[in-house]
Design a protein. Structure first.
Length: 354
């Protein structure tokens, strides 16, 4: 790659003006890509544009897009759905004038369904040279729509895994569970609270700590649920990036009862694996493709509180099995190291720049 003549562009939802970006999957993945691109090609060779609040500075942002297209041989885009609508018309036009390749690492699991309802965006998306969905099911769906240059590139975590499990007696109560996500209804926080509360009332000493920013529209309902749950459930605020893995490692397992429509390969699950933390997750979207039932966690039927409670009881009733899961999560986390996951992306960039 002749780095003196060509740069690499990254256009995406970096959210540098938002304090809650650490649990925003869009921002985390976009920042992770920036980090690995700068590490491999040098900060001086990576030009970025933060698409957060793109419309507020529309003219300046489009000028920046034009500048990136002129200077860069490869451009990666990681936009939201709205960002995709704003970027693709301009990028498809400029792609006919400047010799750059366009790569699209998809964030989340929303794209195939979205394209079925937006034929204009679907047509424009054919200007992208390579599309990288997070899961095999998404890749198959995109190929079924006639897209070529589609290959699965999993989400990854830049967090450093802990070196070993903390010295905690996992076989004794209290059994401490956690959630790590935005605190919204669709993330299933209410189901997690109810399940732990019900089990605690049966005399099983379980606790639930909830991490993440609270959606303002959910605050009143969330506070009411916390009040009813009593001491078994607590809200612990928002973790900074460096705190995530060491904090999660102190828990018995993570609950991930999501039914969020845009869920793809959740970064929160990858953070849990890096912390040696099994995940009890709903059978929603692509969760069962990421979490191996009985090995790195348990999958329960979506919306079935009793099934969720049964999964929790399975883990606390057999701490030896849970300990084995924790060790397997460490091994699993190695699959999602950036140098492993991003190799196909690097190969495409390097091959085009040679």
């Amino acid at each position: 790659m002749n780095q003196t003549n060509w740069k690499i562009g990254l256009i995406g939802h970096l959210m540098y003006g938002q304090k809650d970006a650490a649990v925003n999957g869009q921002a985390v993945k976009t920042r992770n890509y920036r980090q690995i691109l700068e590490a491999r090609y040098g900060k001086e060779n990576v030009i970025t544009l933060d698409t957060d609040y793109f419309r507020k500075h529309l003219i300046a942002n489009y000028k920046r897009v034009f500048s990136i297209c002129v200077q860069c041989r490869t451009i990666l885009i990681l936009p939201t759905a709205n960002g995709l609508k704003l970027l693709l018309p301009v990028l498809s036009l400029l792609k006919g004038k400047y010799p750059f390749q366009l790569l699209y690492p998809v964030v989340g699991g929303w794209l195939p369904e979205y394209l079925r309802g937006h034929s204009f965006v679907r047509r424009l998306l054919h200007c992208v040279d390579y599309i990288f969905p997070e899961t095999d099911d998404m890749t198959a769906a995109m190929k079924g729509m006639g897209f070529t240059g589609v290959r699965t590139v999993h989400n990854f975590s830049n967090r450093k895994a802990i070196s070993d499990l903390p010295e905690i007696e996992w076989s004794q109560a209290p059994f401490r569970f956690c959630t790590f996500s935005r605190v919204t209804k669709q993330k299933g926080i209410g189901e997690a609270i109810q399940a732990i509360s019900d089990i605690s009332k049966l005399g099983k000493h379980c606790e639930l700590d909830i991490f993440g920013p609270v959606d303002p529209d959910y605050r009143e309902e969330f506070d009411a649920m916390l009040a009813l749950a009593g001491s078994a459930v607590a809200y612990r605020g928002v973790l900074s990036g460096d705190e995530v893995v060491p904090t999660l490692s102190r828990y018995y397992a993570m609950l991930f009862p999501t039914y969020y429509p845009g869920e793809g390969m959740p970064g929160a699950v990858l953070e849990a694996f890096a912390a040696g933390l099994p995940v009890i997750a709903s059978n929603w979207r692509y969760n069962s493709e990421v979490i191996r039932h009985g090995e790195t966690g348990l999958i329960y039927e979506l919306g079935d509180i009793r099934n969720l409670e049964s999964a929790i009881m399975t883990l606390i009733s057999d701490s030896d099995t849970t300990a084995a899961m924790k060790r397997r999560c460490f091994v699993e986390s190695r699959k999602y190291l950036p140098e492993c996951v991003a190799k196909p992306v690097f190969d495409i960039i390097d091959g085009f720049h040679d």
